[in-house]
Design a protein around this ligand. Structure first.
Ligand code: F3S
Length: 415
């Protein structure tokens, strides 16, 4: 890889051993991926926090190793807008989820250090809802695969799928290796998905995303024939694209900023592959993400990815004056700023009066590993991961059907 004199100096230790290590990570990763140079990055979204599973599943050695990395990182100021992915829990929730003391101590230490270094600790998997909205063409370094797809496909920004180390290295050095969807030539769609299924809910967009993610492999897909998605539809689509497969970018003809037409998405060439997403594929994709052996449910998870204010308001209006069925736990997950507004506007009270939890900064499965036997969720990503991470049976359905199940204590397929 060609390095500029400035980059070579950092690699040689001119700004200290930790930044030299950061630059080496980026160079070695870039070399492995065929990058020829490092390019400036102006926006990062990193997992700066301590994921709970490091403690729960790997023991203290991993926690200490992670803490050492973060302590080193936070001694250096960030050089661009840098926000943070989910954490283990918000401090108000430490007792409620019986957070281990060593985890509490680690998280509190990191929070102070990270703020000093300039990280904006948003603690969300949907940073584009609460203040981190990159512009078209902006080179980013984001963790969280669903947010990566959203940034590339809906906002027209450019980010490969980062891990904690590379995103932190990018935040501190201001560089990323140029490969993958950062380059024009890798953003052209080669797989055309002809959509003829009716998309009546955000969950239907999730089904389309899951189907497309599974079909795409390493190709860039383009969706043809869809209506214009809402922000919440797009959120579900992008999360499912990233969990059904390894997609980083999916064009929606007429919606993705650089794809005003199908022809533009395909770069003026015919697609290399073409498949249909019709009513049968829609039903089959829902069926694939349902592994339940009965219809009684004990858990409902909404807000995967983290809920928008509009979703929270919708949930609140649905639940106002009603009560969840006995034995049902409803998690509505969101970023802290979203809950703050929901509290100000009265929506939070309607949800909690009905018996639901507004859970902030974290994720019931990915981070907290809640206990559940049978979950109903509107998120295909949640449905994909919940069975493996917490061993629960899962049913995926629209937001309204999930809420009806929460009130009835059972999921009604026909309802
Ligand atoms: Fe966010 Fe957890 Fe879903 S991290 S995208 S709520 S699986």
């Amino acid at each position: 890889m060609h390095l500029t004199p400035d980059q070579q100096a950092i690699l040689d230790g001119a700004r200290g051993p930790f930044l030299a290590k950061c630059l080496r990570w980026l160079v070695e990763w870039g070399d492995a991926m065929g990058a020829r140079r490092l390019v400036p990055v102006t926006n990062t979204h990193a997992l700066v926090t301590v994921p709970g599973n490091l403690v729960a599943h790997a023991g203290e050695k991993s926690l200490e190793a992670t803490m050492e990395l973060l302590r080193e990182a936070c001694r250096h100021p960030v050089c661009c807008l840098s926000t943070s992915h989910i954490t283990f829990a918000h401090e108000e929730q430490y007792d409620e989820i019986e957070m281990p003391p060593e985890q509490v101590a680690a998280q509190q230490e990191i929070e102070g250090m990270a703020a000093d270094a300039g990280f904006l600790m948003l603690y969300t998997c949907a940073p584009y809802l609460v203040g981190n909205v990159p512009v078209k063409g902006e080179v980013c370094a984001w963790t969280e695969s669903s947010a990566v797809v959203y940034a590339n496909s809906i906002l027209g920004a450019r980010t490969t799928r980062h891990g904690t180390e590379s995103a932190i290295a990018a935040a501190l050095t201001g560089w990323v290796p140029e490969f993958g969807v950062v380059l024009d030539e890798n953003r052209r769609a080669t797989l055309q998905i002809d959509v003829s299924a009716p998309l009546r809910s955000s969950a239907d967009w999730g089904a389309l995303g899951y189907f497309t993610g599974q079909a795409a492999g390493l190709e860039v897909p383009v969706l043809a024939g869809t209506p214009r998605p809402s922000q919440d539809d797009a959120k579900q689509l992008c999360a499912a694209l990233a969990s059904g497969g390894g997609v980083s970018l999916c064009h929606i003809a007429g919606v993705t900023p650089e794809a005003p037409t199908l022809e533009a998405a395909l770069g003026g060439r015919p697609p290399e592959h073409r498949i249909t997403f019709g009513p049968d594929e829609l039903l089959a994709t829902y069926a694939k993400l349902r592994n339940h052996t009965g219809e009684e449910i004990d858990t409902v998870i909404l807000g995967c990815p983290h809920a928008s204010l509009q979703e929270v308001a919708h949930i609140a209006r649905f639940l106002k004056g009603r009560r969840l069925a006995e034995g049902v736990t409803l998690w509505v997950c969101m970023a802290y700023p979203t809950r703050a507004v929901a509290e100000r506007l009265g929506f939070a009270r309607w949800i909690s009066d009905a018996g639901g939890y507004l859970f902030v900064d974290t994720c019931p499965t990915n981070s907290m590993r809640v206990r559940a036997n049978r979950i109903v969720t509107s998120g295909f990503k949640q449905a994909h991961y919940a069975r493996g991470m917490i061993g629960a049976e899962v049913i995926v359905d629209s937001l309204e059907k999930c809420l009806e199940a929460a009130l009835a204590g059972r999921w009604n397929e026909a309802g």
